[in-house]
Design a binder for this molecule. Structure first.
Ligand code: G3H
Ligand code: 13P
Ligand code: ZN
Length: 305
């Protein structure tokens, strides 16, 4: 059934687990996420970015997800991830999304507040929940203290941002970044900052850039020719700690991409006579599904549907 992020996240916040938001861009990635949720009996957020919309088409994606939600018993939200403007937000609302993110994190504080408030004004009358973002998701290693402060979420500003915008969830920057190369040295997140934000902000908190970049998947991809030297993600212990400190939505894209790529490479390399797309994409879907299931167990959302 289709629900809002707000419904999913308030339940998660009450019980101190996190709901995974998994990025999809085609049928295989959607099947992987939905089948995993059903098998794990887990609530789930299906996330779609503007570039996924550009790739597959808004109506195709929205209808695929909505029909998956209608035919499965687990609660599922259809979420716009990193919405970049109000026009995209409006189109997603019209297409039946139940949650939207407006990402004004690159803007000045006042401008971020203004665009986020406008997204809230568009979405809330339709019963759709809104995620805003404060702080920039960029690598913070090798930065000066001043540079780090400028990128990471300021707890006082977070309180003000939530109060002025009325967002239902807040994405914070505590040292994660998107993609497969998150750290050169030891993975480090600013947990003290997260605790301070949690003290000031009552809405559910969101962790973007949370992929673990499992080394066994990187090694499998590399075995079949991928060039991924230096890929490194967030350790599972850090994820558990972030959840214990109040993170209730966790975004995962990179780990699904890696699982897909490693498996397609393996199938093509080990079955050179194969040319049926279903025999190539089927195993890739299964690999993504295993990743999603493992995340649901790690986040504590398994069995919560
Ligand atoms: O933040 C989300 C993604 O990992 C970036 O996705 O390539 O679909 O924009 P995208
Ligand atoms: P990863 O690149 O770590 O998977 O992060 C995905 C994300 O934040 C999507 O919004
Ligand atoms: Zn993100």
């Amino acid at each position: 059934m289709l629900v809002t992020n707000r419904d999913l996240l308030l339940a998660a916040k009450r019980e101190a687990y996190a709901v995974g938001a998994f990025n999809i861009q085609n049928l295989e990635s959607l099947l992987a996420v939905v089948e995993a949720a059903v098998e794990e009996k887990s609530p789930v957020i299906v996330a779609v970015t503007p570039s996924a919309i550009k790739y597959a088409g808004l109506n195709y994606l929205a209808k695929l997800v909505r029909s998956a939600a209608e035919s499965s018993l687990v609660p599922m939200a259809l979420h716009l991830d990193h919405g970049e403007d109000l026009e995209t937000v409006s189109k997603c609302l019209d297409a039946g999304f139940t949650s939207v993110m407006i990402d004004g994190s690159h803007l000045k504080f006042e401008d971020n507040v203004a665009i986020t408030k406008r997204a809230v004004d568009l979405a809330h009358p339709k019963g759709v929940s809104v995620e805003g973002e404060l702080g920039r998701l960029a690598g913070v290693e090798e930065k000066t203290v001043e540079e780090r402060e400028a990128l990471l979420t300021d707890p006082q500003d977070a309180e003000k941002f939530v109060r002025l915008t009325g967002v239902d969830a807040l994405a914070v920057s505590i040292g994660t970044s998107h993609g497969a190369y998150k750290f050169k040295g030891e993975p480090q997140l600013d947990f003290e900052r997260l605790s301070l934000i949690r003290e000031k902000v009552d809405v559910p908190l969101v962790l973007h850039g949370a992929s673990g970049v499992p080394q066994w998947i990187v090694e499998k991809a590399a075995k079949y020719g991928a060039q991924l030297a230096g890929a490194k993600g967030i350790p599972e212990e850090h994820i558990k700690k972030a959840i214990s400190l109040g993170i209730t939505k966790i975004n995962i894209d990179t780990d699904l991409r890696l699982a897909f790529t490693a498996t397609v490479r393996e199938v093509l390399a080990t079955n050179p006579k194969e040319f049926d797309p279903r025999k190539i994409l089927g195993p890739a879907k299964e690999a993504m599904k295993e990743v999603v299931k493992a995340k649901m167990r790690l986040f504590g959302s398994s069995g919560k549907a």
